[in-house]
Unconditional design. Sequence first.
Length: 116
Amino acid sequence: MSQNDWKSRLGVVFSTNPDFSFNKEEDNNEPLTTPPPGKQKLIVSIDRRNRGGKQVTLITGFKGREEDLETLGKILKNKCGSGGSVKDGEIIIQGDFRERVVSMLISLGYIAKRGN
């Protein structure tokens, strides 16, 4: 039975760093506040990759809290009358709404430009 002793230590990690702690949150990269819309530079592009040939409008470049991104995504999806989602810091809207989304973002005060 002593030969199986190494199996009980498989998940143990040792560190020589005195500041190391297991309780630290890994989401420290997220900013605490969202900059005002005038400081946000958003890029509106179209994407067809890995979507079965379907087109989606992709809004990237948002910096700030995830809740604010979801709120903006909900507003844009509602104005376009289309479905979509918010994933990995990007807003995805089903369909080609580049021109409409750029004009809506500019009217909301964001700096937006059409990507492709």
